[in-house]
Design a protein around this ligand. Sequence first.
Ligand code: UD1
Length: 433
Amino acid sequence: MEQYVIKGGTPLLGEVSIAGAKNAALGILAAAVMTDDEVIIENVPNVRDTRVLLQAIQGIGARVHYQDEHTVSICGKTIKNDKYLCVDDEYIRKIRASYYLLGALLGKYKHSQVALPGGCDIGMRPIDQHTKGFKALGAQVSIHHSMITAEAEHLTGSHIYLDVVSVGATINIMMAAVLAEGKTTIENAAKEPHIVDVANFLNSMGANIKGAGTDVIRIRGVKQLKGTTYSIIPDQIEAGTFMMAAAATRGDVLITNVIPKHLEAITSKLTEIDAIVEEYDDAVRVHCENRLGSTNIKTLPYPGFPTDMQPQMAVTLGLSEGTSIITESIFENRFKYVNELARMGANIKVEGNVAIINGVKGYTGANVIAPDLRAGAALVIAGLVADGYTIIDDIKYIQRGYEKFSTKLRALGASIERVETEKEIQKFKLKTG
Ligand code: UD1
């Protein structure tokens, strides 16, 4: 089993370039099968989730070709469109975004069947809003033997009000509605940058979507979509993670290939706790020399503070002067990393969806387990700060969403290595001891 071994205590210094947005890529790769023409997608992050989704896309008969590490061409013409068209393999059940193929295939073929999604265990994660949207467009939706099926004679535009702001439901309904007859309105839509990116991508394929990025999205159905070449936006959460790592280690890092506007909630909180954030056209620099201050945070849908940055922020606040409070309002099970962080000396008390953080002066290295993707990245940050050695298990979660994480951190001066055996850990300790 792969692990990270880290020797902490070195401030991160230098420059790091951010990959394409994983969550945008997952929507866009799924949507690419909605035309029979070739689609070329650039700036695809080479992470486990995108590789798995591409494998599933290939599994249903589409042609997938990596032109280079970050450029993928997809052609949906060869998909076997028959009643057996079904997305299910041992991998697809592991990733949450597998359900995007439901909306994409329903839009294109008017029927789809996909294994119920997996992903990180951070809460209940129901899909009732997705199915509500498909039903409003005229589809029948059923769940049997952990497979979800959606089918329709015709898809007809509709007025859909989402009961909760859901990124996944907004993207899924948008994909199906693009090829429905007539007009669809999605109200109380999610506004995340990757919603806008998926909409822009679909529009570049000939769709007619207006209002993405606001809470009312208006779609006028078109008959068919065409091929396109499209480049994915930078990953807001990868950028935010490096911003936190720079602040927590009291380093100085220039984070390039970002859209600073997408990082505003993170920038604003970092500034509030006395880190210095400088914004450039497509980069941010984060530096800090002194101990950071405390603050209160509530996770909210975009443009609020992202739930996907909550664990990384908690690790940073765990080292700050004073008491901070984090309220997690999106997922109910997102404080599982707190027990692991406590093993490194953090003083955090969780009551329901609230974490009360009493800042400590430093962390100490320990053996910890990554409970999910973002919490795993947060534990890496803790390890980078900690005194001594930290070993992180279950890094497969981290690899779901961070491209070359340890390589990028090493380039910033961190002592971190991916290892598989005790012997490799000992070798790392000898080298860094
Ligand atoms: C996406 C992101 C994930 C991020 C999350 C919130 C992807 C692949 N994943 O997940 O990284 O943490 O947005 O920003 O883009 N809900 C319902 N019914 C539904 C759908 C959602 O009640 O049908 C609830 C969820 O339980 C949650 C909230 O709505 O409380 C937001 O979930 P949602 O935005 O759908 O998250 P995901 O799309 O799964």
